[in-house]
Design a protein around this ligand. Structure first.
Ligand SMILES: [Zn+2]
Ligand SMILES: [Zn+2]
Length: 726
């Protein structure tokens, strides 16, 4: 039972404005529930809030404003309120910011949007003009149908005023229907694809997982993890519970939606940045009424107001895009596990290359591990071979080794597809003056401008600033001395075009597609075999199915291994395995060639040996020795501000105030200039906090950092479990 509050009682309301605390309001005449969405005045504004409980503050009753209105929406469940509070505590973010994630839907407070439809009523009117009779005749001919205004305007070639006139004469009647149409039901009893023995066993294991509510579904690329969790979704819908599938990439959604439709006979709800306002409203409302059985979405879908959440699937759970780097710094995978534990929903984390965190949790028995070791339909995993670039002869400005070149030729002759992978957007990462050595940098950031020839601009990948590609050096004024260094995806595509002028080449890089639809089109060209050579960035690594692909060439396998990132090895290992996994999904075997200058590197060796378990064991023992996650806890502190001295000062004060923490065995590194020491004109310094696994890091950080918040124009951000160290 939900608590009901009567007229005149004083409740605390959590609003979505950043004011740091809940406010007290009087309950209006209609009353409200715990979790009711309400409209209240805040200063001059009317804002939306949620009733969070009885007010504990002692205030004179006549000074307290009355809630303007209780919205006609099902109150937020205790489970969701509880979840939002936990996320707020965990990420050290004000509850108001977290609540905003859960109420990001347009016109939540406004009345239902209605659709008007027009139909024939009578033609016994005076002044029957030609336009009027056109309309009436059309409606009369279709007397059992009704039409939208725009349809009639188009069909009859009249202006809207003609129709309005007829409505006022009662010759046409108007029907109002809610604009938010319900979704078609998914039918969980439709028989799915025939599962292999291994898949059937996996489904059985998950069903029998008992009280362990997080499952790590670890299956090699092409093993059919999706089919397995579609069965779990069917189970969930049969129990009349709601299910959620999180995907890392919008580009993947279309493919996935089609599979769901084929399996359950109807489309699920979608939730990501690519859907329009009306659809967003519809999904949010249907979820809150418990009517939507399945939502497929990006990380923010985790904050939707499900009534009876029974299952959360996090597909490609290792993907770093689950970590939000802006606003509330949360990791959707970890928060999904959180929400699952609060709601008794089962959580399935699926991946071919799990994150080390999840792998360790499965090892320790904290998660229930289910493995798929075979590819679907008897396909074999691609073989991986290294090309030692130290013994290849390559002229400058060229990136495809003779060995790889021969292999591509061979595939072209056989009519098979090749994918060349380079994880770098643009044409070239560096533009340098041959005369004075000046490199073109962003004037707002500590980073080089990346040359993009496709759009003919220099782009800063940190702040997004763009400028024209100059023909003169800004520094020494020489003409024609600027040249590019290093490859980007566009430059590689240029090389491929020169080498294979008759081949059909397709480039896949996120910045070449302005809409999800254009990306989808390119993907289906590849699937249908209309492309011979695909040149792609990490966009290709994510779950796409290219049936005609048999060769993957990794242009620079060493690229991700540079830098001091905690997860550099893990990330490179995952990325190359995922890219390699695109090949040989049907009856033809696939092969992957990786170009490297360091074939003895631990990560390269692990890739060649195809021993995933060994890699994770080694990586785990390294992290354990270093006290790094998941064996210890990290938090990043980022200080930024327009004045460098102020940033440094606050950093020093922060460090001096940390005696308490350091005495409790917590290590603090920095403050030091961040690897990107300036972004958008703001100077940046970083600190790294390192603690034992069970240390209550949030409580200490809150006391330590928040006292200094927003002093001297310096912003302090806390990033719990950081993924980004830049
Ligand atoms: Zn910049
Ligand atoms: Zn110069």
């Amino acid at each position: 039972m939900t608590d009901f509050f009567k007229k005149g009682e004083i409740v605390s309301v959590q609003v979505t404005q950043p004011i740091g605390t809940a406010l007290s309001y009087k309950v209006p005449s209609e009353g409200c529930y715990l979790g009711s969405y309400v409209q209240v005045t805040l200063g001059q504004k009317e804002v939306i809030g949620v009733v969070w409980g009885l007010s504990t503050i002692n205030l004179e009753a006549d000074k307290i404003k009355v809630i303007l209105k209780t919205l006609k929406i099902k109150p937020m469940t205790n489970e969701l309120m509880n979840f939002l509070e936990k996320v707020s505590l965990y990420t050290i973010t004000p509850l108001s910011s977290v609540l905003r994630l859960a109420t990001r839907v347009p016109n939540l407070g406004s009345a239902e949007v209605m659709n008007k439809k027009y139909s024939f009523s009578s033609d016994e009117i005076k002044k029957l003009t030609t336009s009027r009779s056109k309309v009436l005749n059309f409606l009369k001919e279709n007397h059992n149908l009704n039409f939208e205004l725009s349809e009639i305007v188009k069909k009859c070639g009249v202006s809207p005023s003609v129709i309005h006139g007829l409505v006022s004469l009662e010759a046409i009647s108007v029907d109002y229907t809610p604009k938010d149409q319900e979704f078609l039901s998914l039918n969980p009893f439709v028989k799915g694809k025939l599962l292999t023995d291994e898949q059937t066993l996996a489904v059985k294991k998950i069903r029998g997982a008992g009280t362990c509510n997080t499952i790590l579904l670890n299956g090699v690329t092409g093993s059919g993890k999706t089919e397995v969790y579609l069965e779990c979704i069917a189970d969930c819908i049969k129990e009349n519970k709601q299910a959620l599938v999180l995907l890392p990439e919008i580009g993947l959604t279309a493919e996935f939606l089609a599979r769901v439709e084929a399996r359950f006979g109807a489309r699920p709800g979608e939730w990501h940045s690519g859907i329009n306002v009306t659809e967003r409203r519809r999904v949010w409302k249907m979820v809150s009424q418990g009517k939507l059985q399945l939502v497929v979405g990006a990380r923010s879908a985790l904050f939707l107001p499900f009534q009876t959440l029974g299952l959360i699937v996090v597909d490609e759970e290792h993907d770093h895009s689950y970590k939000q780097d802006d606003g509330v710094l949360y990791n959707a995978r970890d928060m999904a596990v959180f929400r699952g534990s609060l709601s008794t929903a089962r959580v399935v984390l699926a991946s071919a290359t799990p994150s080390l965190e999840s792998w360790v949790n499965a090892r320790k028995g904290k998660y229930f591990g289910v493995n798929l070791e075979w590819r679907y339909g008897g396909a074999t995993l691609p073989s991986i071979t290294a090309i030692d670039m130290r013994s290849e002869s390559l002229s400058s400005g060229k990136w495809i080794s003779p060995t790889l070149l021969d292999k591509i030729k061979e595939k072209l002759e056989k009519g098979e597809q090749t994918l060349l992978f380079l994880n770098r957007r643009g044409y070239a990462p560096v533009t340098i003056c041959r005369s004075c050595g000046e490199q073109i940098s962003c004037n707002q950031c500590d980073s080089r401008m990346v040359q993009h020839r496709f759009v003919e601009r220099l782009i800063c990948h940190q702040c997004g600033k763009t400028s024209k590609i100059p023909n003169k050096c800004n520094s020494c004024n020489s003409d024609n001395t600027l040249s590019v260094v290093g490859p980007g995806i566009e430059r590689l595509a240029e090389e491929v075009t020169k080498l294979f002028p008759t081949a059909r080449i397709g480039v896949l890089s996120s910045d070449l597609f302005s809409t999800p639809a254009s990306l989808r089109k390119q993907l289906s060209e590849i699937e249908n075999g209309n492309i011979d050579i695909i040149v792609g960035t990490q966009l290709v690594a994510k779950g796409h199915n290219f049936p005609k692909l048999t060769l993957v060439g990794v242009i620079d396998a060493d690229l991700g291994l540079q830098g001091a990132d905690l997860r550099a090895a893990e990330r490179t290992f995952q990325l190359i395995n995922q890219v390699s996994g695109r090949a040989g999904r049907q009856n033809k075997a696939g092969e992957t060639l990786i170009q490297t200058y360091d074939p003895e590197h631990r990560v390269i060796r692990a890739l060649l040996e195809a021993d995933l378990e060994k890699f994770w064991s080694l990586e785990a023992s390294d992290r354990e020795k270093a006290g790094a996650p998941p064996f210890g806890r990290f938090a990043g502190i980022i200080l930024s501000g327009a004045n460098l001295k102020n940033v440094e000062d606050i950093g020093k004060i922060l460090f001096n105030n940390s005696t308490n923490l350091r005495n409790s065995g917590v290590q603090i590194f920095g403050p030091a200039p961040a690897p990107f020491s300036r972004i958008k004109g703001k100077y940046r310094q970083r600190m790294l906090v390192k603690a034992e696994k069970d240390f209550p890091i949030q409580r200490f950080l809150k006391n330590w950092v928040l006292t200094l918040k927003s002093q001297k124009g310096v912003r302090i951000q806390i990033d719990i479990d950081p993924y980004n160290f830049l």
